[in-house]
Design a protein. Structure first.
Length: 237
DNA sequence: CGCCAGGCCGTGT
DNA sequence: ACACGGCATGGC
């Protein structure tokens, strides 16, 4: 899938940010939010010099809420971003570099303990801001795997389903070196988002999708019940 | 005008 | 465990 998408779309150059901390901010702000709207919030933060750790420290939660309003959920996201900086200060002397030096497993647990940080946000920070070789799963990947019948059981929209997607992705890049895995996992998630936006939204648009008929049949599992029903009824396809 | 976006969280069963 | 609704806003 990575190769087919790379051939179709080319390198995505993710994450679209100038610094590691911008990645962190973007990871929070883009939760269930269009990236276009995130950009407006990031522009606001840049305008007042709050696009950095010291900048976030300097603004009040109330001010932060105003600045990130364009990307929504500000009453939750503003305190959540503050909580991240609090952890950064308390445990890593306010340095993302020092934070990155900790083991990925430790970091993932700590990130998940923060308010407003679930599996995808934690993994996006780990991969794109801290440089750890962890897969990032998302709703687009879930839909691709579901619609292309790449797993033997339904992948639910819960923690278990997320972990399944992570394991599938992890296994797919198992043979590569740690350094290569970081680069490949970064590119893969970016490409999944690209194909997801174009073809695998809530309602599928499979016309001219680069994945159409281009995934290895040998990896496919037998259809399971809910797909059989969908196929028979012409639903959800 | 209605649907949806690069989720997360609390609550009910 | 799993389903489900709320959270806020703006783009298309």
């Amino acid at each position: 899938m990575h190769d087919a998408l790379l051939a179709a779309y080319g390198p995505q150059h993710w994450w679209p940010a100038r610094t590691a901390f911008e990645v962190v901010l973007g990871a929070y702000l883009t939760q269930n939010t269009a990236w276009k709207s995130v950009e407006r919030s990031l522009d606001n933060l840049r305008r007042v010099g709050a696009l950095s750790v010291t900048g976030i420290r300097a603004v009040s939660v109330a001010a932060l809420q105003q600045l990130i309003q364009p990307s929504g959920f500000q009453t939750r996201k503003a305190p959540a971003i503050k909580a991240f900086v609090a952890l950064l200060d308390a445990e890593y002397a306010g340095s993302l570099k020092r934070m990155a030096a900790a083991p990925a497993e430790t970091l993932r647990v700590r990130l998940l303990s923060l308010p407003g940080v679930g599996p995808e946000t934690a993994d996006a920070i780990l991969l794109y801001a801290l440089g750890h070789a962890v897969p990032v799963a998302d709703e687009y990947l879930r839909r691709v795997v579901e619609r292309h019948e790449l797993h033997a059981a339904p992948i639910l929209k819960n923690h278990k389903g997320y972990e399944t997607l992570v394991q599938l992705t992890d296994a797919a890049f198992a043979g590569d070196s740690a350094e290569e895995r970081v680069a490949l996992l970064k590119e893969f998630h970016a490409l999944v988002v690209a194909v997801g936006k174009a073809h695998c939204g809530k309602t599928a648009d499979c016309t001219a999708c680069p994945l159409r008929g281009d995934l290895p049949r040998k990896n496919r599992q037998p259809l399971y019940a809910h797909q059989e029903r969908a196929r028979a009824g012409g639903l959800d396809r």
